[in-house]
Design a protein around this ligand. Structure first.
Ligand SMILES: Nc1ncnc2c1ncn2[C@@H]1O[C@H](COP(=O)(O)OP(=O)(O)O)[C@@H](O)[C@H]1O
Ligand SMILES: [Mg+2]
Length: 209
């Protein structure tokens, strides 16, 4: 069976009709799909080609995280399937695309809107950091926008889980251009910066009341 037939087998088994490509990355693509019996029911399907064992490992790790995570600002996985050569992941379809698409439009993005997106992503990160999971690839292309223009964190392909939040890491995988200064200086760093560096506001004086 070639790749197209394998894809067809997947779409048929989920009673889906394959639609256009929504975006692509290093190891595959994300396509729109609609239900055979009701074309207004739409989902996004991430198709990962297992070119290496690493690609397969990342796919398994992504579906493993998304299966367990429950947060309004994190992408919801609906189902997944795989064969020897491909992984397929169904998720909610975001017709407004990503923050990157918004930033590429002609109009400047208003300050309050940016602040709300930052707070949304921060809340998603606070939740996963509490579970010692670090995303490693937070960037506009991995942030979807829902119907209320709220940000939703996606793409857990290179996310990892640490034994605890005080863990320091030397190797930091991310998209070039998005790494922190510590990484470029090859210093050990914590993926949970807020937990280790920000100890909350310093309260002085005799307190309230
Ligand atoms: N649920 C979705 N709804 C709409 N578009 C999506 C959805 N998921 C991903 N995309 C699009 O596909 C692109 C690639 O998806 P992503 O999960 O980031 O895969 P990759 O690991 O290849 O970067 C995103 O940048 C976005 O443009
Ligand atoms: Mg991505």
């Amino acid at each position: 069976m070639d790749a197209v037939e394998q894809h067809d087998a997947f779409f048929n088994s989920f009673n889906l009709v394959r639609g256009p490509c929504l975006g692509s990355g290093a190891v595959g693509e994300v396509v729109l799909a609609s239900a055979k019996h009701n074309s207004s029911l739409k989902v996004a399907v991430k198709i990962v080609t297992f070119e290496t064992e690493g690609c397969k490992g990342n796919f398994l790790s992504e579906v493993g995280f998304l299966r367990d995570l429950r947060h309004p600002r994190i992408l919801k996985m609906i189902a997944f399937a795989m064969d020897d050569h491909h992984g397929f992941m169904l998720s909610t379809y975001f017709k407004n695309g990503t923050l990157r698409d918004t930033m590429s439009s002609d109009h400047p993005v208003e300050e309050l809107r940016i602040l709300r997106h930052i707070l949304d992503v921060a809340s998603a990160l606070q939740y996963i950091h509490g579970l010692h999971i670090f995303h490693q690839d937070v960037k506009p292309r991995n942030i979807l926008l829902d119907d209320q223009d709220r940000a939703v964190l996606a793409d857990f392909g290179i996310a990892r889980q640490a034994s605890d939040s005080s863990t320091m890491v030397m190797k930091w995988r991310t998209t070039p251009g998005y790494s922190g200064p510590e990484t470029r200086k090859r210093r050990p760093m914590s993926p949970f910066k807020m937990n280790t560096l920000w100890k909350g506001p310093v309260v002085s004086g005799s307190g309230v009341g």
